[in-house]
Design a protein. Sequence first.
Length: 372
Amino acid sequence: MSRSASLTAQRRLTRSVNVGNIVVGGDAPISVQSMTNTDTRDIAATTRQILELAEAGADLVRVSCPDEEAAINVKQLVENSPVPLIADIHFDHKLALIALDGGIHCLRINPGNIGSKERVAEVVQAASARRVPIRIGVNAGSLDKDLLAKYGEPCADAMVESGLKHIRILEDLNYQEIKISLKASSVAMTVEAYRKLANLVDYPLHLGITEAGGMLPGSVKSAIGLGLLLSEGIGDTLRVSLSANPVEEVRVGFEILKTLGLRTRGVNIISCPTCSRQEFAVIDVVAKLEKRLAHISESVNLSVIGCIVNGPGEAKECHVGLVGGGGENLLYLNGKPFEKVADNNLVSRIVDEVEIAARNIRDREQQEIENS
Ligand code: SF4
């Protein structure tokens, strides 16, 4: 019961790198990342948030390492984490070495910003020995002074040049386990920069619109910026940056990929915008369902529609469907009418049936694995 076709062009051909057990690039699924916003010196709080992010579906989680104590904690965090971790490091190469010693799966570090050639070589050697990739993260807000002088202001060309400069430093050290991001808070600048870089290198690209704002504007900017690039086949991993709980970043990231037909995860709720024809409180029911179904990772299609205008048509295409009907709402299972449900029982009946549908999908997938 697949509802979505891909809206995207053929994926850009890239090399791939391994971040722990997650492959980024090549034909690997586009991975979804987020970043903790706890104090990395607080192991318990950071572990809790990593677990929440993993539970929400994050394939990779980044933690910042602003000082030695945070970098030392990487070892414990890696042990506690069910998903590979990326250490975010600026300026201080020693922190990168400590994080590598702690078993970090990837470094986000700009080699041009950590001092002398010897220091860069030391980090690259240590990363190389452990096959740990490096993500070069260019940000329009922190471009080098010489580039700003050359271009006059942050722009896509300056970002691309910055990315190429960092790439060259690593390539000169014979190191090619590279991912790159070119993030700006301007969607247009970000998209232009990624398009240009995609034509110049074949390293996997980490997509993101930086400092995108709160939940609503940040989600819209990210959906448009990342959506444009992904629809052109550009992008191998992504982070949606929001001034919000990082768990929301993961949810929005998956919604973008789901909408483009690039990945499936969790319940796809199709619900109507409501109008005076609605036969039950659609908005309230959908809000409750979103919370109660957040734990489901299987791709279940669910329609929740206020009346018979569009309800039966949508329900026929879904695993579980509900059509409003004046106190006698009609529940559909696998496209067929199944039973009438009273208003006060809607949420719990739908949750039960979605859980059953998820279990069936899981069992079927397990069976397919055993048969293959
Ligand atoms: Fe209104 Fe029915 Fe359309 Fe929902 S499906 S918006 S209730 S007409």
